[in-house]
Unconditional design. Structure first.
Lengths: 178, 173
């Protein structure tokens, strides 16, 4: 079991190094797609590293080979699951930093000479129209929205997304939210 | 394997409980409910682990051994990671700006909206009130007259984010 856990963290470390390296070689393109590709490319590395780590660990900490018993297979898959979950948590942290308005406001406050901001200052520094246009452009680039005659409408993908998320928001009493 | 199965089962139970609590009433501070349930489910995880371990011989795990403890902690790690993932999903649903925009467009007459229409139904004041209120509640900022100033906690958080922006070159393209 331990070999899977150690390998998952090793792969996460490799993944982070690869992402940092890639993001320092522009143009990067769609960042989520880049990260997903990197994660998938490291899956065979996980498999190879798993057997390496398993060989290094003392026998009393080891487990059977994946093809020898269910326990061995479960230990291998457990590590892969951990690697997948660590990737999800990484994405959460990344998008909190990259997309969060609160983080944007906090960084802006720290950059002001007086280190203080009023609501009006925030509105001036980040005009709503500009902010919304940027988000709509993201939605357009990701195939959720199309523009026709200056009006935005949803694509099929956008409608499906709005239907599922809207239904869930209503069920969980999170409306209007945002 | 006991830890992994307990974590997956415990997480499913956690999501159902959280959905039931949200469905039953509207929570003014959803993050508090999430955190409370998080804490409540830690003993549930340990109890579930022990129950599975004692009920099924093929899942038996001796906590007096190193392997038994690794099994328990592995499940706990999976459970925590699943809960973080669920929190991310929940806040995307609750707070997501782009999601709210798509829902507003989907509910508009003829399913079309101009920028001005979106700005009217989803106002900047509403967005700011939520974000700034949250930063005050979480102790990142405090009010000084009409202005906001950051606390020591807020300064640390901002510095950490600035470092991440620099390392990952966020906002540079």
């Amino acid at each position: 079991m331990l070999s899977g856990i150690i390998t998952a963290f090793l792969c996460l470390a490799l993944f982070i190094l690869a992402v940092v390296g890639r993001f320092h070689s522009p143009p990067v393109g769609h960042r989520l797609h880049v990260m997903m590709r990197m994660w998938a490319l490291l899956l065979p590395v996980y498999a190879a590293l798993y057997f390496g780590v398993r060989a290094v660990l003392p026998a009393w900490l080891g487990c059977p080979l994946p093809w020898r018993s269910v326990e061995g297979l479960a230990a291998f898959l457990n590590g892969a699951l951990l690697y997948a979950l660590l990737f999800l948590v990484w994405c959460y942290c990344y998008f909190c930093t990259d997309h969060s308005l609160s983080v944007l406001y906090m960084l802006a406050l720290e950059d002001t000479p007086s280190r203080r901001l009023s609501s009006d200052d925030i509105k001036k520094a980040f005009p709503y129209e500009e902010l919304l246009c940027q988000r709509l452009l993201d939605l357009q680039n990701n195939g959720f929205v199309v523009v026709k005659d200056d009006a935005y409408s949803l694509t099929e993908k956008g409608q499906r997304n709005a239907r599922i998320a809207g239904g869930l928001k209503r069920f969980l009493r999170l409306e209007p939210g945002g | 394997m006991t830890g992994m199965l307990t974590a997956l089962g415990g997480f499913a139970l956690y999501v159902l409980t959280h959905w039931a609590a949200c469905w039953a009433r509207s929570w003014s501070r959803p993050s508090r409910l999430l955190n409370l349930l998080w804490l409540a489910f830690l003993p549930v995880y340990v109890a579930g682990f022990l129950a599975l371990s004692h009920t099924y011989p093929w899942l038996a795990s001796d906590l007096r051994t190193v392997n038994g403890m690794i099994n328990l902690l592995n499940g706990l790690l999976i459970e925590v990671l699943l809960l973080i993932g669920y929190t991310a999903f929940f806040f995307l649903l609750e707070r997501g700006l782009s999601l709210r925009v798509t829902i507003e467009i989907s509910r508009a007459p003829q399913g079309r909206m101009k920028l001005a229409d979106i700005m009217r139904v989803y106002t900047y004041d509403y967005i700011l009130e939520k974000r700034l209120g949250q930063m005050l509640t979480m102790g990142y900022w405090r009010k000084n007259g009409e202005d906001f100033v950051s606390t020591a906690k807020g300064q640390r958080f901002a510095a950490a984010n600035k470092l991440v922006w620099k390392i990952l070159r966020i906002g540079e393209e």
